[in-house]
Design a protein around this ligand. Structure first.
Ligand code: ADP
Ligand code: TRP
Length: 343
């Protein structure tokens, strides 16, 4: 390592200056509690703690599952509305659409060329698709490379995600290290996942990880009827009302997402004493959940009436994203000997 690089490596970057980045695929599903508590809520808190936070709509990524252009466009607008409704503020965070900066696909290619097949074959998502016997396209196989390019193109330090995405960030670090080594550069920053322990894996109504692919979700912005049905359907054991309840059940875990520490202690004491019905816990959860998301729903509805304003926010966002990305991409090109040589 050169002396300059060593000095740089020795200087930790102050927290405020660390760049935060994350993305959401516009697959057309309603956001669920797992998405919110596992990822989106952290997007919101980090926009205040860091000078630069980028949140994008991963529309290129959705191409492996959504095969209709109009649908994708519509879904993408919906992710933008979810972001704005949840409290992402264009004054504090850069909101943009992945495909508005198509240069990310150039970095994807550069990274593809330093990524071993073995690394990609070990990806959980790919292995799961193989196990299910699904027909897998090349885009699905190389999904982690595009995701690495998303992260590395902006010099991101921190990536807020749920635990299921951790492996992808480790793969991005691997690709960055290889690229930097091959081309004797330090242009690519090694990112860290940002995963909160308490909400790393939010359970669904059946106790497995909440996920749209398991059909066990509780939606954030869905209709009250739909949400009620999901909440009332949370699986519990069959302990009679008068008897003490085991608080290690997902109904208590989900309820706890909406309660303070002292409320939680009180509820758990009631559960231990007996006389608490699961139906009452679910009713209370439903009321809390509706109240909690109400202001976000109202904000989302307001933006939904102004799609031109949302487009303007994304247009402004991509310009700010571009300003961060282009110098990094230029340095990658220069290091790899691509394009017109620099003087
Ligand atoms: P799904 O698993 O429902 O398909 P996505 O893959 O679209 O969800 O996830 C979007 C974001 O939400 C990712 O950062 C992911 O890690 C997070 N996430 C999804 N489900 C959960 C969960 N049950 N607990 C914690 N985080 C989650
Ligand atoms: N793969 C992520 C998901 O399924 C979405 C995503 C794409 C992403 N690119 C990213 C997340 C870059 C964080 C950083 O949820």
């Amino acid at each position: 390592m050169s002396k300059k690089k060593q000095e740089e490596a020795a200087e930790p970057i102050p927290k405020r200056q660390q760049i935060v980045l994350s993305g959401t695929k516009p697959t057309g599903e309603n956001l669920h509690l797992g998405n919110y508590f596992g990822a989106l809520r952290q997007f919101v808190s980090l926009q205040d703690q860091h000078d630069t936070a980028l949140y994008f709509i991963a529309d290129y990524h959705s191409m492996t599952s959504v095969r209709n252009g109009e649908e994708r466009r519509n879904n993408s607008l919906n992710v933008a509305l979810d972001y704005l409704g949840a409290g992402l503020d264009p004054a504090r965070a850069i909101l943009f659409r992945q495909s508005d900066l198509p240069e990310v696909t150039e970095l994807t290619w550069m990274l593809s060329s330093v990524t071993g097949m073995g690394l990609l074959e070990r990806a959980h998502a790919y292995k799961a698709a193989m196990d299910k016997g699904e027909e897998i396209d090349h885009g699905t196989f190389t999904y982690p490379v595009l995701m690495a390019a998303d992260i590395l193109l902006y010099g991101s330090h921190l990536v807020p995600v749920g635990k299921d995405q951790k492996q992808h960030i480790e793969m991005a670090r691997d690709m960055a290290t290889r690229f930097n080594n091959y081309y004797d550069t330090d242009v690519l920053v090694l990112p860290e996942p940002y995963i909160l322990e308490d909400t790393a894996t939010v359970p669904g109504t059946d106790g497995r990880k909440m996920s749209k692919s398991y059909g066990n979700t509780i939606s954030m912005f869905g209709g009250k009827k739909q949400i009620k049905k999901a909440v009332m359907g949370i699986v519990t054991d069959s302990t009679p009302v008068e008897e003490p309840k085991d608080t290690n059940q997902n109904v208590f875990d989900i309820w706890s997402l909406f309660a303070t520490e002292s409320e939680r202690e009180e509820m758990f004491a009631r559960a231990a004493a007996g006389g608490l019905g699961y139906g009452d816990v679910k009713k209370d959860l439903l009321a809390r959940l509706m109240d909690y998301f109400e202001p976000m729903r109202a904000r989302r509805d307001q933006f939904a009436e102004k799609p031109a304003e949302v487009e303007e926010i994304l247009r402004d966002g991509v310009e700010r994203a571009r300003a961060l990305a282009m110098p990094i991409l230029e340095r990658c090109r220069e290091a790899a000997g691509l394009g017109v040589p620099h003087a």
